[in-house]
Design a protein around this ligand. Structure first.
Ligand code: IMP
Ligand code: MG
Length: 178
């Protein structure tokens, strides 16, 4: 399938299953190397990151734990720059080695807000792992420690990423056809 329709928009194949798998493995390799003996807590951002987080966690071979927060910022294909917190940070993060797991860092506004919230809980360390990163859209200055794939500033769906709630179930990543 090289083209798919999600609602009224047409998307074309962009990142294959094999490329996704290799990108997730690369992130997992970094975490396995850096967190030996540190019992990291993955903090995944719902909804988009649930598929990446579950694949990533199964490639992590050291003891680790997971928890979730739920934030929303997108409306259709545009970021709203207003981040709504739907499920907050409830886990005891004090003295934990936290790895925030996100599907995509676009403007960085969502992650910037979560980083502030997480820092208040006084974790031992915080790092950021994202599946996709759009450097051309990035407006913040936090470090992204683990990146699966760097992509241009195109709207994508699949592998957990949605357009207006749909398209998350596509096993590969598709980008919008202009
Ligand atoms: P940011 O706050 O602008 O960095 O946007 C982050 C959030 O917007 C991500 O968690 C995604 O849910 C969503 N998002 C950003 N870019 C895309 C995209 O290309 N497709 C689908 N969702 C996206
Ligand atoms: Mg998201």
């Amino acid at each position: 399938m090289t083209k798919v329709q999600v609602r009224e928009l047409v998307f074309e194949k962009f990142i294959s299953k094999e490329e996704i798998d290799a990108a997730v493995q690369k992130v997992a390799d970094g975490i396995n190397r850096d967190y030996e003996g540190k019992d990291p807590l993955l903090l995944a951002i719902l909804n988009g990151a649930f598929i990446f987080a579950s694949d990533l966690m199964r490639k992590i071979t050291i003891p680790c734990e997971i928890s979730f927060v739920k934030f929303a910022s997108y409306s259709g294909t545009l970021t709203t720059s207003k981040v709504r917190e739907l499920i907050g940070v409830d886990e005891e993060l004090k003295d934990r080695n936290v790895i925030i797991v996100e599907d995509i860092v676009d403007t960085g506004i969502t992650m910037d807000k979560l980083l502030l919230d997480v820092k208040k809980k006084k974790p031992a360390s915080i790092k950021v792992a994202c599946f996709c990163f759009k450097p051309e859209a990035f407006q913040k200055d936090f470090a992204i420690d683990y990146v699966g794939v760097i992509i241009p500033n195109d709207f994508i769906v699949g592998y957990g990423l949605d357009y207006d709630g749909q398209g998350r179930n596509l096993p590969e990543i598709y980008k919008i056809v202009e």
